[in-house]
Design a protein around this ligand. Structure first.
Ligand code: GLC
Length: 570
């Protein structure tokens, strides 16, 4: 495989950092850019090709940076523009790309655009946001019976419309009241936002993660969303089909224009966060934002993998549906955890390292770009937080029915010393650390230092998988074909030219015979296994409990394999 054929965003491994929680250098208990500098060698050793940083822009932090006050300034908590330039420079020297998190759908209510917009109905920027006088209940006086224009609910609770008393109209906010939605039908808004993106591209960033990108355009007539009967108490937002407040066709046109801008900068990438209209995940909705495969997003998140039950059959079903949805020239991406959801280690693996190894192998041997979430590689679990430590607005609002997103955002666990090496010993971290960082026993607690010291740790398993992935272009470039259907096993072949890697995953705590169809040639040998890679081990031996085994073979792919996804030539 030549460098020309290795595209960082397509064939590499990407890693999400929640900057508040990664490494604190200033000693205020919150992670920052200079803290991240010192950890770049760790990420380079792990084999990471790109970092997605959750927002670091200036913000009042009501939604921890997803409420932007100035898109072209770094929040002082994280450092300065000079620090950022240094981060780009240092990362690039280590072969690591930088992706920023751009929030297109809304700004903070403290953004100068909104301040100007709300100043009066005649403001030149009034139309940059979505304003409406509201509706009146039939026959009743306006003053007492004024209602928002429609039934849309905000994701973080309540109506999505708030009445601005001083200018006497409602404005739309699909999240917090302090996150007003921009009007993307106004081309001046679009131009201004693209200008903010260009500011970062000119500073050398390699791409953007686009926050809730399919929400940016709303129904022109502001029609009511249909009700959707579901038990989602107390979150009424999920009791609607979001037919009119997201996924409008104009969003694709905007993305095509943004892609054209991105394409003027070489080797840049866009990955979008897409949620379907219903609560259930629909990979087809995410895939539609890849356009024809080269004119909208480069990558789109599909969160179905996060919601899949821990069985081979369930994963196969999810993955095949996702692959089938991808346009012929599009490229899939895979993710198990992020800053909005419970960590897979807690949700799917229930703390079991054996299960986490199987999921790591699944993530890193699929066709498409894998995203890791900080700490996933050491087996970080969700923290147990008391009510008075909660910071996330959704957790504070809905406690105890829903405890919010803080639990998957606790500080990175670097070592077993005070504050896990995240911040100085005498400082309180912004969120309490998960106490498991300091554990005892052979492998010590859940932290990077303990992982590095133990050859059998999850961290070293991740490193080995990433190394094999980088060396074997079957895993980065090859097609994928699933073999056989077993409830507890998942077996697939990654083939490129005349070589294959066969991946066998045992999702159960019992030994299972390896499916004969999975082992094609006499040349087969074990490349890697969770249970050790003894040279004499036979590729076709029964799979041990929760074993993940990668077998290398020469010759054409097995005839019994099911539909092949991807040509294996990219
Ligand atoms: C996205 C972000 C989430 C944020 C929301 C509003 O879903 O991932 O963290 O709260 O958008 O910006």
């Amino acid at each position: 495989m030549t460098a020309r054929h290795y595209h960082w965003w397509k064939h590499g491994v990407l890693y999400q950092i929640y900057p508040r929680s990664f490494a604190d250098s200033s000693g205020d208990g919150t992670g920052d850019l200079r803290g991240l500098f010192s950890r770049l060698p760790y990420l380079a050793d792990l084999g990471i090709d790109g970092l997605w940083l959750s927002p670091i822009f200036d913000s009042p932090m009501r939604d921890f940076g997803y409420d932007v006050r100035d898109y072209c300034a770094i929040h002082p908590l994280f450092g300065s523009l000079d620090d950022f330039d240094e981060l780009v420079d240092r990362s690039h020297r280590l072969g690591i790309r930088i992706i920023l998190d751009l929030v297109f759908n809304h700004t903070s209510d403290e953004h100068p655009w909104f301040i100007e917009s709300r100043a009066s109905k005649d403001s030149p920027r009034r139309d940059w946001y979505l304003w409406h006088g509201g509706r009146r209940l039939a026959g009743l006086p306006w003053r007492i019976c004024r209602r928002p224009p429609n039934n849309w609910r905000a994701a973080f609770g309540g109506s999505a419309w708030t009445l601005d008393e001083s200018s006497d109209e409602y404005y739309l906010h699909l999240f917090l009241e302090s996150q007003p939605d921009l009007n993307w039908r106004n081309r001046d808004t679009e131009r201004a936002m693209f200008e903010q993106a260009r500011f970062w591209l000119d500073r050398g960033v390699d791409g953007f993660r686009l926050d809730v990108i399919n929400y940016i355009v709303k129904d022109r007539q502001l029609r009511n969303n249909p009700y959707h009967l579901r038990w989602t108490f107390p979150r009424r937002h999920d009791q609607q089909l979001h037919r009119y407040d997201r996924n409008q066709p104009e969003a694709h046109e905007i993305l095509r224009r943004f892609r054209a801008l991105m394409d003027r900068y070489s080797e840049t990438m866009l990955v979008g966060e897409v949620y379907p209209n219903e609560g259930r995940m629909e990979p087809e909705a995410s895939a539609s934002y890849l356009g024809n495969g080269s004119d909208e997003l480069h990558l789109a998140f599909d969160f179905s993998l996060m919601e899949t039950r821990f069985t081979g059959r369930a994963y196969r079903r999810t993955l095949e549906r996702w692959y089938s949805a991808i346009p012929p020239d599009g490229w899939p991406t895979h993710v198990l955890s992020n800053h909005d959801k419970p960590r897979a280690m807690t949700r799917r693996c229930r703390g079991s390292l054996a299960k986490a190894r199987v999921l790591a192998a699944l993530l890193l041997t699929q066709r498409g770009t894998p995203f890791l979430y900080y700490g996933e590689e050491i087996g970080m679990r969700d923290g147990k937080l008391r009510r008075d430590s909660l910071r996330d607005p959704t957790g504070r609002k809905y406690w105890p029915f829903f405890t919010g997103r803080d639990r998957s955002r606790t500080p990175m666990q670097w070592n077993s010393g005070p504050n896990a090496g995240f911040c100085p010993p005498d400082v309180d971290p912004w969120l309490p650390l998960n106490t498991d960082y300091a554990g005892s026993g052979k492998a010590g607690g859940v932290n990077v230092e303990a992982g590095e010291a133990d050859p059998d740790s999850l961290l070293n398993w991740y490193r080995r998988l990433i190394e094999v992935r980088r060396k074997r272009c079957e895993l980065t470039h090859g097609s994928i074909s699933f073999v056989g259907t077993h409830r507890k096993l998942l077996v697939y072949t990654r083939a490129h030219e005349e070589r294959q890697v066969i991946v066998m995953l045992n999702f159960s705590g019992r030994e299972r015979p390896a499916p004969p169809a999975g082992i094609p040639a006499a040349s087969a040998r074990i490349l890697l296994s969770t249970h050790g890679d003894a040279p004499e081990a036979r590729p076709e031996a029964p799979l041990r409990p929760y074993e993940a085994r990668l077998v290398s073979a020469e010759g054409p792919a097995n005839a019994e394999a099911s539909a092949r996804h991807g040509s294996g030539t990219r």
